[in-house]
Design a protein around this ligand. Sequence first.
Ligand code: PCA
Length: 325
Amino acid sequence: MKRRTLNLGLMATAITLSVATQAQTKWDLPAAYPATNFHSLNLAQFATDVDKASGGKLKITVHANASLFKAPEIKRAVQGGQAQAGEILLANFSNEWPIYAADGLPFLADSYDEGMKLYKAQKPLMEKKLAEQGMVLLYSVAWPPQGIFSKKPINSAADLKGIKWRSYSPSTARIAELVGAQPVTVQAAEFTQALATGVVESTMTSGATGVDSKLYEHLKYYYDVQAWLPKNAVIANKKAFDALDKATQDAVMKAAADAESRGWTESRKVNDTTLATLKANGMTVTAPSPQLKADMKKVGDTMLKEWLEKSGAEGKALVDAYNHK
Ligand code: PCA
C-alpha cells in the first residue's frame, strides 16, 4: 500500500514536470550595451515582467554587452531566427532603410519631447517594415542627447579637423567626414579598449555611454550639444512571437509598453546623473560655443538634405507627419 502511494506521487510529479516543460518557451535576447546601462537594466526588468505575467511560460534570457552577437549583427540574427528577440540601435540600419535612422539626424529632433514626437511618426512605418522583414516591434527607448567628447578643447568645427573620431553608425561617420575628422567605427562594447590604445580621441555620444566606457579616464571635455536622441528598439522574430499563445503574447506586449514608458523616464534621469558623474570625475562639461553649435547645425542641414534625397517620398512623408504631431 505504501509503495503504491509513492508510485502515484512520482507519477504525478512526472506529469507536472512534462506539462511544465512542454508549456515553457525560452527566448534569447542579445543586446549590445553593458549590463549596468539603463537600457540593459530595463531589458532585465522586461524579462522579469514577462516571466511573471506569463506565469513562467516565457523565459527571456538577456545577453548584454554584445556577448551573443555584435551590435550590427543583432537585427539579422532576430530576422533569421538565431535569436528570438534582440535590442538594436535603429541608427545602425540607415543603409538598409533610411527611415530607421531618422533619429540619427543632427537637430531634426533634439529634445525628449521632439524625440517622442519623431518616434510616434516613425512607429507605424517601422512596424510595417519590420513585419515585411518577419519581425515585430516590441518597444523603443531614446538614448540621452548626444554631445561631443574630446581630449582637447573644441571651439568650432575647425578644431575637429584631422582628429581621430569614434563613430557608432553611418551618420556619426558622416558627421566626421563633413567636419574633416577621421572616422573609425567602434561599437560601445569595444570603446574602452579603442580609447586605451589611442585608436580614437573623440566621439559624439551620450553621457550614459561616457560613463559606461569611463571616457573621463582619457578625455577631458564634454560639449553638451544635444544634437539628437538615437533610439534602441527591442524586436522579436515574428514566427517566434506568433508561436506564443494569445495570453503570453498579451503579456509580452503589456510588459513592452511598460518598459517603453519606464525607459523614456529613466533616460531623462540618466542624462542628468551621468553628466554629473563626468564632472565628478574631472571632466569639463559645458554647453558648446555659439560657433560650434552653428557649425554642427550646418552639418545637420547637409545631412537632412542628403537623407531626404535618399529616403524619397517616404522620408518626406515622415518629416511632414513629424512636423504635424
Ligand atoms: N550610446 C551608444 C549609441 C548612442 C549612445 O548614446 C554608443 O555610443 O554606441
